[in-house]
Design a protein around this ligand. Structure first.
Ligand SMILES: CC(C)(COP(=O)(O)OP(=O)(O)OC[C@H]1O[C@@H](n2cnc3c(N)ncnc32)[C@H](O)[C@@H]1OP(=O)(O)O)[C@@H](O)C(=O)NCCC(=O)NCCS
Length: 179
């Protein structure tokens, strides 16, 4: 039986969340810059939300829905962000989601984490395709997808309603090269 994994990269450890991470999630996710370009992070990020979210992860993994991991900087032990795969098992496809806390932006951390999770999705979960989408107004996320070897597939016009505004979304994908 598979368990939530721990993945190690040159500078990061991607590991299951523990309740003790809640304070760091709260501190980082409370920044409006995180809510601004994510579909599912509210602002303000209320007390208790991080704990309730962490408590879902094991069940979501064992019911084949999501793999959600903390992104930890090995050097400091700090939680720098989060990354997830939401799986659609029938089509052997998953959608990536991620954020990195503002103090840690621009260090290549997100790209490093995305590359490791794509490898895990293909090699361990035997997925056929991994997709990701970003607000067109958030080119940094698109850059992460490009650097991780994903290909631009489409623009979905006015796909997401956020703060009263409809946003265009760009879709990227990568196919398992072993399939
Ligand atoms: C998008 C995000 C995850 C990037 O994290 P990160 O660890 O800084 O990413 P990386 O350092 O691996 O790569 C960022 C790239 O975007 C580039 N970038 C940053 N701002 C940019 C901008 N305004 N326009 C174009 N590229 C930009 C960086 O230069 C870098 O590319 P480079 O290595 O070619 O120079 C982070 O900014 C974030 O969490 N934002 C808020 C939440 C979010 O957008 N989540 C993703 C939802 S799809």
């Amino acid at each position: 039986m598979l368990h939530l994994p721990t993945l190690t990269t040159a500078r990061l450890q991607l590991r299951p969340f523990v309740l003790a991470d809640a304070a760091q999630i709260h501190a980082l996710a409370s920044d409006y810059e995180i809510a601004r370009f994510t579909s599912n992070i509210p602002h303000p990020y209320e007390e208790g939300m991080a704990e309730r979210w962490i408590a879902l992860h094991a069940h979501q993994f064992y019911t084949n829905q999501h793999v959600t991991l903390a992104i930890i900087a090995q050097a400091s032990g700090n939680l720098v962000g989060t990354i997830s795969l939401s799986t659609h098992r029938t089509n052997k496809r998953a959608e990536l989601g991620y954020w990195v806390g503002v103090p840690y932006w621009g260090n290549g951390y997100c790209t490093e984490a995305v590359c490791a999770v794509i490898r895990y999705g293909f090699d361990v979960l035997d997925l056929h395709k991994i997709v990701a989408r970003h607000f067109v107004s958030n080119p940094a996320s698109g850059r992460v997808m490009q650097k991780a070897g994903m290909q631009h597939e489409a623009i979905l016009r006015e796909e997401v309603l956020k703060n009263g505004v409809y946003h265009d979304m760009a879709v990227y994908g990568v196919i398992n090269p072993a399939h």
